[in-house]
Ligand binder design. Structure first.
Ligand SMILES: Cc1cc2nc3c(=O)[nH]c(=O)nc-3n(C[C@H](O)[C@H](O)[C@H](O)COP(=O)(O)O)c2cc1C
Ligand SMILES: O=C(O)C(=O)c1ccccc1
Length: 379
């Protein structure tokens, strides 16, 4: 049987656990663990999913839900899907076509894509593959401000329409599983494309990455994260680009207020999928207070723990304007490349659509209502 015939025989996957299992079968133990695991004791990883169970939806019926609108508006743009693809690095470890397979799937479904700094393909290659699909660029501010500015210029040129600065990663989380396996995707070179192609990065090296790959990787590992970064640097970054800046990793309402003070255009309430500070508050539990602090002044995005349609709707009713998904699409990629990502996206879109119908809502925007959710402790 040809590869195509085998692919067409795969039965559809609806359950998240099945998706995870199918991905696991395709990956080495180290790579699967890197994707699936969280930091430390994985308290936050578990809390992210558990938090959704503490909120219950309260539907209202007889509303004419014969047509349903899943589109959202963020930063003056309308997107047909209420979720975006979260920035996930090193996707070449999950599938040889990595981010390009994801980009093709995103293009087919018109789901916006947030490309990671530490991608296996360059931001330019991803942009070319995306065509006119909306895209944002996630930036890790490195120790070299010139390199950071170079990434900004490249992202602007390649048609990215917002910069997502990840603030929860002054250092990588203490990931016990990866430490046990001695698996570090940066060391494996899966996140080097944007750096190795960059003139500023290349200038820092004595010899080119092609001549001495190990030395180039060492330099990359050295400079990827900047633990000295503060709000003052944000003022500098703000001056460097006209693109909207979104801070990813906000959990404390004070950070949301500071973000507004520093002219930031949006925030992502996120704990990096439970991969950074273990013991951190579940992302969904942090959302209501951040929403109160922001009070509609800038858009709020949300991620960490979204697995199915009702999760999207719960986050929106608690104050999110849009959400991001991480692991679900990465598992789709691992299990069946572009087609696997397409399957995950189709099923999530269908689930959201059905969630609207069965909740008596004709649009995702109508879900942005606090009375639509109730916390178990108040019931
Ligand atoms: C394998 C993996 C790699 C990730 N790489 C990045 C990254 O490069 N930049 C970033 O800001 N977030 C990164 N994240 C975090 C995601 O953007 C997102 O916050 C998280 O996956 C959301 O949680 P979920 O996986 O429960 O949906 C990564 C997550 C995973 C699972
Ligand atoms: O795995 C991650 O979550 C991640 O964001 C990352 C980024 C750079 C290097 C290693 C991991």
């Amino acid at each position: 049987m040809s590869d195509e015939a085998v692919k067409s025989k795969l039965s559809p996957i609806y359950r998240y656990k099945d998706l995870e299992r199918h991905a696991q079968k395709k990956l080495s133990h180290e790579v699967f663990t890197y994707i699936q695991s969280g930091s430390g004791h994985e308290e936050t990883l578990r809390a992210n999913e558990e938090a959704f169970k503490k909120w219950k939806l309260v539907p209202e019926f007889l509303q004419d839900v014969s047509t349903r609108d899943l589109s959202i508006s963020v930063l003056g743009q309308t997107y047909p899907s209420p979720f975006l693809l979260a920035p996930v690095g090193h996707l070449g470890a999950a599938h040889p076509e990595g981010e390009l397979a994801v980009a093709r799937a995103a293009r087919g479904k018109q789901v916006p894509y947030v490309a990671s700094t530490v991608s296996t393909y360059t931001l330019e290659e991803i942009a070319d593959t995306l065509g006119d699909t909306p895209r944002w660029f996630q930036l890790y501010c490195s120790k070299d401000p010139e390199l950071t500015v170079s990434f900004l210029r490249r992202a602007e040129k390649a048609g990215y329409s917002a910069i997502v600065i990840t603030i929860d990663t002054p250092a990588l989380g203490f990931r016990e599983a990866d430490l046990t396996n001695q698996f570090f995707p940066v060391r494996e070179g899966y996140g080097s494309a944007n750096y190795f192609q960059d003139p500023v990065f290349r200038n820092r090296l004595d010899v080119t990455p092609e001549q001495n790959r190990a030395a180039a990787i060492d330099e990359l590992v050295n400079i990827t994260f900047q633990p000295k970064l503060t709000w003052k640097d944000l003022a500098f970054l703000r001056e460097q680009t006209h693109l909207p800046i979104i801070l990813k990793g906000v959990l404390h309402p004070n950070d949301a207020k500071r973000a507004i003070d520093y002219g930031v255009d949006g925030v992502v309430v996120s704990n990096h999928g439970g991969r950074q500070l273990d013991g951190a508050i579940a992302s969904l539990d942090a959302l209501p207070k951040v929403a109160e602090a922001v009070n509609g002044r800038i858009p709020i995005l949300f991620d960490s723990g979204i697995r199915r349609g009702p999760d999207v709707v719960k986050a929106m009713s608690l104050g999110a304007d849009a959400v991001l998904i991480g692991r679900p699409y990465v598992y789709g990629l691992a299990y069946n490349g572009q087609a696997g990502v397409e399957e995950v996206l189709s099923h999530l879109l269908a689930d959201i659509d059905t969630t609207l119908a069965t909740a008596g809502k004709s649009s995702i925007r109508a879900c942005q209502a606090p009375e639509f959710v109730q916390h178990l402790s108040n019931s």
